[in-house]
Design a protein around this ligand. Structure first.
Ligand SMILES: Nc1ncnc2c1ncn2[C@@H]1O[C@H](COP(=O)(O)OP(=O)(O)OP(=O)(O)O)[C@@H](O)[C@H]1O
Ligand SMILES: [Mg+2]
Length: 230
């Protein structure tokens, strides 16, 4: 039996007197594309933010490749566990500046051809010198993805990565994600409100309700449970 690449153990976060993430234990295996479903306010983003320690758990922990993540520095953790959110938070400057940032923090200087190659892999050939303020929403999301990939992550966390895009850009970014996940052999956890999207790209799914993990199974099983819950 192989060990999970990522394991959350009773992961919890209390805000005031409310448990917004309530003792979630979950195993994610290498190569999984795990969809995270649930109503608005269920605690999906809060759960994901705990996984790369954008927020601190108030109880429980995460094991990355068997190691308690509290033994890793936040920088090391965020290199290994990348995050892509609904809106791309890019730093002011050029596309290349953004892609260079993560590796530079570890003392690695990407060469211009390496940056070009990363950009090409996300469909942004020739964008290295572009100012980020002059990108479309879909292009900015691609830069955000390239910036994550530059760190050579093992796990990619995606919080509704396509929901702020129009339908055409959404399909393009989704197709790109599918390809990049395969090419880079990434393990992913992706929050989506779009059940059709979950069915298209995920192999596993969970359902979160009121901070708790209430379903864990195939996408079909979880979509069925979700429809019962509504
Ligand atoms: N810092 C905080 N302090 C108090 N409550 C919070 C905090 N952050 C989030 N919450 C609450 O925790 C609950 C879960 O929020 P969260 O953003 O994780 O939900 P979500 O499932 O991602 O929802 P959506 O689908 O709308 O993005 C909500 O009730 C929210 O109001
Ligand atoms: Mg959310």
């Amino acid at each position: 039996m192989t060990e999970p690449l990522l394991r959350t153990h009773e992961l919890s976060r209390r805000a005031g007197d409310k448990l917004i993430v309530d003792h979630i234990s979950l195993d994610v295996y290498a190569g999984d594309m795990m969809a995270i479903l649930g109503k608005s306010g269920a605690g999906k983003s809060s759960f994901l933010r705990l996984i790369n320690r954008l927020d601190e758990p108030t109880y429980g922990t995460v094991y990355l490749d068997g190691q308690d993540y509290r033994q890793l520095s936040p920088r090391e953790l965020r290199r290994r566990v990348g995050m892509m959110m609904q809106a791309a938070y890019l730093f002011p400057g050029t596309v290349a500046d953004n892609v260079r940032f993560g590796p530079r923090q570890q003392g690695i200087e990407l060469t211009a051809p390496e940056i070009d190659e990363l950009l090409e892999s996300v469909g942004l050939k020739g964008f290295a010198g572009r100012d980020v303020t002059r990108l479309s929403g879909g292009e900015a999301q691609r830069v955000s993805l390239a910036r994550s990939l530059a760190n050579r992550p093992e796990v990619l966390l995606l919080d509704e990565p396509t929901s702020a895009l129009d339908e055409r850009a959404e399909r393009e970014v989704e197709a790109l994600l599918t390809r990049v996940i395969r090419d880079y052999k990434l393990t992913c956890m992706m929050i989506t409100h779009d059940t059709a999207q979950a069915a298209r790209i995920a192999n596993r799914a969970i359902l979160i309700d009121a901070g708790r993990l209430v379903e864990n199974g195939t996408v079909e099983e979880v979509l069925h449970a979700e429809s019962v819950l509504q």
